[in-house]
Design a protein around this ligand. Structure first.
Ligand code: PEP
Length: 256
């Protein structure tokens, strides 16, 4: 059973006050909704305060990244245990900005996924092709390679802690959204890869979110596509005016 999930990636935006206020608005709105789960990913330094504001509610709070090592001399990094310690229950791995701005490979993502699971964190693994790759007809190959590389060595049980976010790089922060047909085709393909990598039960149970310029005006159309189980939202997650209507749109989606 796949309950729709709407997740907000704040990236390096907002300040402490704005973050806590936004989290409080999302938390109380979510409390009035049924059939949708929510998550927010604030910058590391605000996680503790935001998590405190959301404690005991259905709104999960997570990190935008995690170190692939457990502990030690890794200046600037944040471990899974530290994320747990400040109240995070989930973490993004392999966001396109990590892959393309900071050069993270699938091998690095695989280490981070395993480290997150070992720390008791859920994982939202991001995958997706660039515009050049799409134009070259490589969308499926890229998604397959990223899934194989990043989920390498996981058990079917581990997959219970994993959500996939299909985020075409050309649609992230550009205002250019994948059409429901484009996104639906990619999601169906991703589900097929999960079936091959694990089994059909895992493929049927794993949520696959769409990310890439989701906003109130296009959320309902995207979320009505059968294989789209929610959204990972960047820009539109930064204000309650934009994010709350996307949560509302997800409540229209029947649990699958
Ligand atoms: C993201 O950063 O994951 C994202 C989808 O951003 P945006 O919604 O702004 O395209």
């Amino acid at each position: 059973m796949r309950t729709p999930l709407v997740a907000g990636n704040w990236k390096m935006n907002l300040d402490r006050r704005a973050g806590v206020d936004l989290a409080a608005a999302v938390r109380s709105h979510l409390e009035g909704l049924e059939g949708v789960e929510g998550a927010i990913y604030p910058p590391f330094v605000y996680i503790e305060e935001v998590a405190r504001a959301c404690a005991g509610t259905a709104l999960a709070v997570g990190g935008q990244d995690i170190c692939d090592q457990e502990v030690g001399a890794f200046t600037g990094e944040v471990s899974g245990a530290m994320l747990r310690d400040v109240g995070a229950t989930t973490v993004l791995v392999g966001h396109s900005e990590r892959r393309h701005v900071y050069g993270e490979t699938d091998e690095k993502c695989a280490l981070k996924v395993r480290r997150a699971l070992a720390s008791g964190l859920k994982v939202c693994l991001c995958i997706g092709e660039t515009l050049e790759q799409r134009d070259a007809g490589q969308t499926e190959k890229v998604c397959s390679t990223q899934l194989h590389g990043s989920l390498n060595g996981l058990s079917t049980e581990d997959m219970g802690q994993i959500t996939i976010a299909y985020e075409p790089v050309w649609a992230i922060g550009t205002g250019q959204t994948a059409s429901p047909d484009q996104a639906g085709a990619a999601h169906a393909y991703v589900r097929g890869v999960l079936s091959g990598l694990f089994n059909q039960a895992v493929a049927d149970a794993t949520r696959i979110l769409y990310g890439g310029s989701v906003k109130p005006s296009n959320a309902a159309d995207l979320l009505s596509v059968p294989d789209i189980d929610g959204a990972l939202v960047g820009g539109a997650a930064l204000t309650a005016d934009n994010f709350l209507p996307i949560l509302d749109a997800a409540t229209e989606v029947r649990v699958r």
